[in-house]
Design a protein around this ligand. Structure first.
Ligand code: UD1
Length: 458
């Protein structure tokens, strides 16, 4: 069973953060390159015939996982500060066992299919991991790869792919604008024979940044209106030099933490253009922000204005809609708004599991299977509890919490920091370090009163 559908393990006594809540977060944090771009940019380096250099790489577990996968395939990977050097000139096939070391740790391995098929003619993909937020199938990925000409064989070890007749451009329409499946098509089409037309593509900023990287490598990719992307296959790609776009999910998490704890956080590196939808929601709730667009030192300061927060009715969507990964931290902030808020989750069917822990802390949240307050979505009338009604303001109190997945985990941390009393949050090493760089040091820098069981707070 992959970790996508596994019951979260019970936290160990080491993997726990003790949080003394009730202190506003005040100060500054820096966000580096986006987790959702950096791992894909590392995969893209496999396609080059010369080395690539990626800057602003965060120290997170997903980067370690992809580093491990690249290395077993003969890519020389070196990290110097936050700059990653990747030399793919000696790419080679890896054994099932050495690849399977990375099984269940991340969903990124699926994206190695196209690049490995181009470079080696075959690929092996282990069972995937990722967050525990729904079925998370890979049918779009495998369907597109088959249409490109890949032969896909699943067995007990994982998935074996080959391309006996090479890969050829396709006309393909996604059922849903999946981020991963769009990246799969991009990473495969850039070196497939002929032209690929992808309809209903995802156009998240991280995808546009990946397209910029592929273009630097020599690809020809046109982004048309109405979610149509056209890729003209080329015979060879070279390495790239690129600075990853900043992590807008982490930025929004700190913004929500500032609101929920009645604090003020300057998020250095946060970019207005990638966060416009979030900023609109943040302001509608009553949060205050100020953009400093200095190209090197800039960022966005987010703060609680000291007046009552307002309820909102919002829904998550694909870009340019409200990002699903912004949902959980925003819900924590909405527990402090004065009135009834509605959050309709349209991207994942099962992304409200974390609210049961918030309810134990005193939040008033009810879940519904109807599409509340927005456009009917894929999950309506299918018994998926994908709409939440949040009645606030609620006084949150401390609790012992078990983190179920990455984004929900950070929301638990925010809730514990906003709550009165001492909470113990289990699973921080297992989940939070996958996507949040140095989160403990950042929390301490913002004045959070946190400690590990073996340490004393200052
Ligand atoms: C990426 C992000 C994740 C974000 C999500 C949506 C990374 C590493 N992760 O995940 O943080 O929450 O985009 O913005 O970039 N689907 C299928 N079949 C498929 C593929 C997807 O049905 O083959 C469905 C999923 O179950 C989900 C929806 O499409 O309901 C969106 O998933 P997708 O955009 O693919 O998410 P990821 O790329 O996995």
């Amino acid at each position: 069973m992959s970790s996508t559908d596994a019951t979260p393990e019970t936290g160990t006594s080491d993997d726990v953060l003790i949080i003394h809540g009730g202190t506003p977060l005040e100060g500054e944090v820096t966000v580096r390159g986006a987790k959702n771009l950096v791992s894909k940019a590392m995969v893209a380096a496999l396609l080059g015939t010369s080395p690539s250099v990626l800057r602003s790489v965060p120290a997170i577990r997903d980067v370690e996982v992809v580093t491990g996968l690249l290395r077993v395939h003969g890519v020389d990977v070196e990290l110097d500060g936050d700059t990653l050097y990747m030399d793919p000139t000696s790419v080679e096939s890896a054994g099932v066992e050495e690849i399977n070391v990375h099984a269940g740790t991340s969903r990124i391995p699926i994206l190695l299919c196209g690049p490995l098929l181009h470079r080696l003619g075959r690929a092996f993909i282990p069972d995937l991991g990722g967050c525990n937020i729904g079925g998370r199938p890979i049918d779009f990925h495998l369907d597109a790869l088959r249409k490109f000409g890949a032969v896909v064989d699943k067995d007990a070890d994982g998935t074996h792919l080959s391309a006996p007749n090479g890969l050829h451009g396709i006309r393909y329409e996604l059922e849903f604008p999946s981020v991963g499946a769009t990246e799969q098509v991009l990473l495969t089409a850039v070196m497939a024979k002929g032209t690929t037309e992808l309809r209903n593509a995802a156009i998240e900023p991280e995808i546009i940044d990946l397209i910029c990287i592929l273009q630097k490598m020599g690809a020809i990719i046109k982004v048309h209106t109405n979610r149509v992307i056209e890729i003209v296959g080329v015979d060879e790609l070279k390495g790239y030099r690129h600075r990853a776009l900043p992590d807008r999910i982490e930025a929004a998490s700190w913004a929500s933490a500032a609101l929920a704890t009645e604090g003020s956080v300057f998020v250095r590196g946060a970019q207005q253009t990638d966060m416009m939808t979030f900023l609109n929601v943040f302001r509608s709730i009553g949060g205050a922000y100020e953009v400093d667009d200095d190209p090197t030192e800039g960022g966005i300061r987010f703060w609680h204005p000291g007046t009552a927060l307002k309820p909102v009715a919002i829904e998550t969507d694909v870009h340019p809609g409200l990002m699903t990964d912004w949902q959980q931290p925003l819900v924590v902030a909405l527990t402090q708004a004065d009135g009834l808020s509605i959050m309709h989750e349209t991207v994942y069917e099962n992304r409200f599991g974390y609210t049961s822990e918030l309810r134990r802390m005193g939040a008033n949240i009810e879940l519904y299977s109807d599409c509340l307050g927005g456009t009917p979505c894929r999950w309506g009338r299918r018994n998926f509890l994908h709409s939440a009604v949040i009645a606030g303001p609620s006084k949150l109190h401390a609790a012992d919490l078990q983190i179920p997945d990455l984004r929900a985990g950070f929301s638990h941390l925010i809730a514990a920091m906003a709550a009165e009393g001492t909470s113990r949050v289990y699973g921080v090493d297992r989940y939070i370090t996958r996507g949040y760089e140095n989160f403990e040091a950042k929390l301490l820098g913002l004045g959070a009163k946190i400690e590990r069981p073996s340490t004393k707070i200052a």
